[in-house]
Design a protein around this ligand. Structure first.
Ligand code: B1M
Length: 209
């Protein structure tokens, strides 16, 4: 099993082959993060290209997503095994109206593997739910993910809701997701943008240092 073969199993939406391939690569001693970055994510990226062209449809995409998540689930416990003292608390969620969670889950996993305590509020999270989450968990960082141009605006609404609740100054706000940019972060008054999971960890590290 190699990266290309595993990536092709993701593209084929073959849940059992992705799980089997991931296990084989782990047994071969391949670095767990490389399996995600060199096989699982590239497979899903190709799915995105085909979906956009109309060569793949929602049920197939969901199957590919399920296959990819199965592989990630096998890797996650290995990353969690690294015992590092907590570097701070991060609330993460996908914003209102948006159900995409694969990227958000990867960011959560990477943050946890790097010593952050992460409270994952889930998907389709309203500004009011973010506010309640900040009140309850008192995080240093709030992370918002959006994959749709139509849901990006919810990030701005959430920041306004945090301001209204007098919580804005207590947290750093990180945003990410395929349509999001650094310019958009500046425009809506977020503290930073991360293009991928690794950058999200670096940004949170800067926020809490
Ligand atoms: Co959706 N979808 N989808 N989809 N989907 C996109 C996003 C789309 C670009 C596809 C396309 O047309 N090419 C398009 C959006 C167009 C737009 O708005 N510009 C789209 C659409 C239109 C839709 C629907 C409207 C389709 C429909 O029903 N007609 C619908 C919307 C549902 C909703 O949310 N309300 C929909 C549904 C779905 C599925 C349910 C089928 C499925 C989601 C399954 C799931 O997440 N559980 C799905 C998928 C899988 C995709 C694509 C193919 C792949 C997304 C993905 O998981 N990528 C996607 C095409 C694409 O992005 N190329 C597409 C892999 C993942 C690892 O990358 O999420 O970018 P990503 O995360 C990265 C970075 O962005 C970053 O780190 C991650 C890891 O490196 N990151 C952060 C993400 N969040 C971060 C937060 C941070 C920091 C970094 O800090 C807080």
């Amino acid at each position: 099993m190699n990266f290309i073969e595993l990536s092709e199993h993701v593209l084929a939406g073959n849940v059992s082959k992705v799980a089997e391939g991931t296990k084989i690569m782990l047994e071969q001693g391949v670095d767990p993060l490389s399996i995600i970055n060199e096989a699982l994510i590239p497979g899903m990226n190709t799915v995105g290209v085909l979906f956009k062209k109309g060569d793949m449809f929602v049920p197939e995409v969901m199957r590919c997503a399920k296959a990819m998540s199965g592989g990630v689930a096998l890797i996650k416990p290995l990353l969690a095994e690294i015992d590092i003292p907590s570097r701070g608390t991060v609330i993460m969620a996908t914003v209102k109206g948006d159900l995409h969670d694969i990227g958000k889950n990867l960011v959560v996993m990477m943050l946890e593997s790097q010593g952050f305590k992460v409270v994952d509020l889930g998907v389709n999270i309203t500004p009011e739910q973010f506010v309640a989450g900040v009140e309850k968990h008192k995080p240093q960082v709030v992370g918002m993910s959006a994959l749709l141009t139509t849901t990006m605006t919810s990030m701005s609404e959430t920041i306004k809701a945090l301001e209204k609740a007098n919580l804005r100054e207590q947290v750093k706000i990180m945003i990410g997701g395929a349509p999001v940019t650094s310019a958009y972060a500046t425009q809506i008054g977020a503290d930073g943008y991360a293009p991928d999971a690794g950058s999200a960890v670096e940004l949170c590290g800067r926020f809490v240092s």
